[in-house]
Design a protein around this ligand. Sequence first.
Ligand code: PBG
Length: 327
Amino acid sequence: MTNPVIRPRRLRTSGALRRLASEIRVHPAELVLPMFVREGDDSRPIGSMPGVVQHSIDSARRAVVQAAEAGVGGIMLFGVPSRRDATGTGATDPSGILNLATRALVDEIGDALVVQTDLCLDEFTDHGHCGVLAADGHVDNDATLERYRDMALAQATAGSALLGLSGMMDGQVAAVREALDTNGFEDTALLAYSAKYASAFYGPFREAVASTLVGDRRTYQLDPANRREGVREAQLDIDEGADIVMVKPAGSYLDVLADVAAMSNIPVWAYQVSGEYAMIEAAAAQGWIDRRRAVEESVLGIRRAGADAVLTYWAVELAIWFKEEQA
Ligand code: PBG
């Protein structure tokens, strides 16, 4: 028996060496905080997402200032309207909750972070689908594109810098890009939720936006079995003019994320979704895992797989921890 000559453990012998040899780190500037804003004067807790709330516009103002102070790169806004209808008119109404909140938060925060908006109809439709329905009840792709075009103009007008296309309609990036460009919004950027899977991990989000959805989204979101198709969707969105592509959820789709990161010539983001958040919070609350280490490791894994930025409900807390570690 000869002793090993190659000893990878050398670089793990001290904290200082480990820090220096670390391949990646999670910087606050590449974190995006998803935020829910409800109609009404008071904020409300979300039971399945301890620590996350449905904000009022006022509490959202305070939260966005806190996020900017922590160094977080951006926020992604979702609206929780009090009234919904078949075509989601609240989404295109300039005084709909999402558009009002966008304007208020852009006013509040200026250029300190990027205010982004979810461009999808599900929060605004009474049936809870991401698009409008045809007479036979199926989600009508091309009629939905018309709604998305109007929604994009409403959001851009409200001041959103980056529109998050999360509806999984075919052709949505091209349709929205064209609507923006022909209306003077050439500089409004598009984040395409390209590889968005029909996932059980969106469960707590349904509570967060008080969704009325019955059934599922499997006729438009991707089948969790399909890796190659996720890459195809990302390529289509790049070709249609997306500025950023995204994979969602993150933790169970790291292979897709790595594939997209390898082929993309534009930034690739990932969304650590509500169920990923809830699982770690729940296990930590039981004392079954070390909360901080699990949170940091989960986001590090997403970065390591190839995400340039990560949407995560822990964005502010991660940013604060990052700063503590620098001090
Ligand atoms: C659709 C949308 C959803 C999420 C973000 N945008 C819900 C869905 O597709 O069912 C889920 C985010 C999360 O679970 O954290 N507007």
